[in-house]
Design a protein around this ligand. Structure first.
Ligand code: ATP
Ligand code: MG
Ligand code: MG
Length: 350
């Protein structure tokens, strides 16, 4: 059988690997860190750094197609890998989404709404951007941010210097603060033949910058739901995308505003494991393998809750609820702010 190569051995890599195995594929995970969550459920693991050219080449030669669980893979590593095997989703999706500036520019180019933004290189450009965009605003590093890391909020123009210091010299963008009523995301998939399938949008609540819960159905009108799905399809088509993507949206009185896109399976899509016949992980593997896509249809209402740090101690209690599906990532060490697992609560009607 074919072997799927997965870059990154965290929880997303783990759940991708399980899905791939279930579809009869072999899996090979490439991960710099020791003892990764995906290691226990994969046929093979390469432990090496992304600047280890030899290890990368051996990995690429041992697999049939390469996918990934995170978007910050160094360009040189991608060049090496791509010389041997196809990378799905493709390079354009990575190029666009690795940098908040290229990402927002791309989205606006598609005619989609984003927060107002400006490229920040120094205090002068920040001062000018604040004059243009106003406050409140958020300064974000252009690259490598996740779970709200690398962000600094400006309540007033006086916060400029401290916010810039928070960036520690990293290239940044200033974003105007979006006055949203709530946040939703669309988990969308596209196959090599251009078939697109979207899961029902989920409503996301964050706590301390980290996703806390995703609830389906989201509070959206039929028109908003249609809008969300169409704009996601628009993004995937524009990138000639193959695989699953997460599209984060703000719901406002002016319509839907795109916050960011993630060229991979997404935390806010974990509910699909217990709400759909084909979940986001199987869907991603299907797309990457060139299979037909499953339907995104939802058979149940679900609330997904992340188990962060010590939340994992609640497992014995959570296990007593017979409508709660438990997903743990097998991480050796519990740490504050670390995603240890999640639960999907099926909401029974009547
Ligand atoms: P993720 O873990 O989802 O990748 P991230 O670190 O890339 O997160 P963002 O998604 O950019 O960060 O921001 C995290 C959260 O901060 C958003 O979900 C939203 O609640 C809030 N936020 C971000 N940008 C804005 C904005 N321009 N206006 C209002 N709120 C915002
Ligand atoms: Mg992000
Ligand atoms: Mg986000």
């Amino acid at each position: 059988g074919a072997t799927i190569g997965i870059l990154g051995g965290g929880q997303l890599g783990r759940m991708l690997s399980v899905a791939a195995s279930r579809l009869g594929f072999k899996t090979h995970v490439f991960e710099p860190g020791a003892n990764p969550p995906a290691g226990h459920v994969s046929d093979q693991v390469t432990t090496a750094a992304y600047d280890d050219a030899e290890a990368l080449e051996r990995f690429a030669q041992a697999v049939d197609v390469i996918t990934y669980e995170f978007e910050n893979i160094p360009t040189e590593a991608l060049d090496l890998l791509e010389a041997h095997k196809p990378i799905r989703p493709g390079r354009e999706a990575l190029r666009v989404s690795q940098d908040r500036l290229t990402e927002k520019t791309f989205l606006q180019g598609l005619g989609l709404k984003t927060a107002p933004f400006a490229d920040i290189t120094d205090l002068d450009s920040l001062t000018a951007a604040i004059a243009e965009i106003g406050t409140p605003a958020i300064l974000k590093t252009r690259r490598f941010g996740y779970d709200g890391k690398g962000q600094s909020r400006l309540k007033s123009p006086e916060d400029a210097e401290t916010a810039l210091a928070d960036m520690a010299g990293a290239p940044a963008i200033l974003e105007g603060f979006v006055d949203f009523s709530h946040e939703v995301s669309v988990i969308a998939a596209r196959s090599p033949s251009g078939e697109v399938a979207c899961f029902d949008p989920g409503e996301n609540v964050h706590r301390d910058g980290i996703l806390h819960t995703t609830t389906v159905p989201a509070r959206l009108s039929a028109a908003q739901r249609m809008d969300a799905v169409l704009l996601a399809a628009n993004i995937l088509n524009a990138l000639d995308y193959v695989g699953v993507m997460g599209v984060e949206l703000f719901v406002t009185s002016q319509g839907l505003i795109v916050n960011e896109i993630a060229p991979r399976v997404h935390n806010s899509g974990h509910w699909t494991q217990n709400g759909c016949a084909v979940d986001q992980f199987e869907q991603h593997i299907r797309a990457v393998a060139g299979w037909a896509l499953g339907d995104g249809q939802r058979h149940s209402d679900v609330v997904m809750e992340n188990l962060i740090g010590d939340d994992v101690n609640r497992i014995p209690e959570l296990a007593k609820d017979r409508d709660t599906a438990i997903h743990l990532y097998g991480k050796a060490e519990t740490k504050a702010g670390r995603k240890m697992g999640h639960v999907n609560r099926i909401q029974r009607q009547g």
